[in-house]
Design a protein around this ligand. Sequence first.
Ligand SMILES: [Zn+2]
Length: 349
Amino acid sequence: MTHAAYDRYERQIALPEIGLAGQKKLHAAHIAVIGAGGLGAAALPYLAGAGIGNITVYDHDTVSPHNLHRQTIYQDAQTGQNKAEAAAKYLTALNPDIKVTAITKHFDETTNLPDNLDLILDSSDNFATKSLLNEASLRHHVPLISASVQGFKGQTGIFAGYYENVPCYHCLFPELPENACNCNDAGILGTSAGLTGLYQAHLALGYILGFKNMRAGCILSFDFKALRMQRLELRKNPACPVCKDIDHHEEQPLNESPMPKIMRLEDLQGRDFIVVDVRTQDEINSDPLYTKDNIIYMELGAVRRRFNELPKDKLLAFLCAGNVRSAQAASWMKSMGYDQVCILDRYSL
Ligand SMILES: [Zn+2]
């Protein structure tokens, strides 16, 4: 990864659940987003910002003044421009590191999805497109994150009916969902579309990163007026006419990056280890915590820059004031190929 790329994604790489390995997964991913309206316009900037390496946006519609209260990636001066092209321009300006392709043709049964897709985001506003995308998901074995919104109600979920016991979109919505009407016909508050689209992007990132609560079958339902959200885990409808007869596959195991182990000081006895204290000098001065001589002082930021100064042949036990920075440091070292790392439980000292 280049310095510029590292700077761009630093704040999410710092999360032990993401790290460099997670960032590489995001960069390797290709997501097709169908619809750059209220849902897509909210989801797309966060996918691009997070560094999804390849995004294909489909929309044949043009920007209208009545879109702008919820589709805030577009400018008043872009009225009349194609949404897929305007969105692609916005995303490329936001993150020039990624590839964005705009498809301006109406999405119908003749539309091909790109090869090697990792996810389909259904941000469309009509049942016909949703059904086509569900069929494409089943045919190509690509998970579908579908969303719909109207007024103050929204829902989104991850569908993958080609897996045993996992629902397809049709299992749940054999007919047009009550709240999936076209926003042109029924009213909508901009933030309801924005929040639903943002959850759709959140599920997409979580799915690619392998977070265990964001796997196929996870459905979220929102009431933005009552401020209620429900999370459901649903299974396949065994009578679903769309997915019951297709060849089912075993669901892939999750590839969530394992967290480094937390070890107590007494667990380290007899091991060839060295403590790496990642706290600031002021913290160390006011509370040394560990006073033996097998210790290296290196603040968290320095660990990321100078990790290769740390010995590879010893167990590196990272230490901080509350096990958070030490977890980040240990995860970082793991992602850089250091196998012998752990978090030294600060409360065991
Ligand atoms: Zn089904």
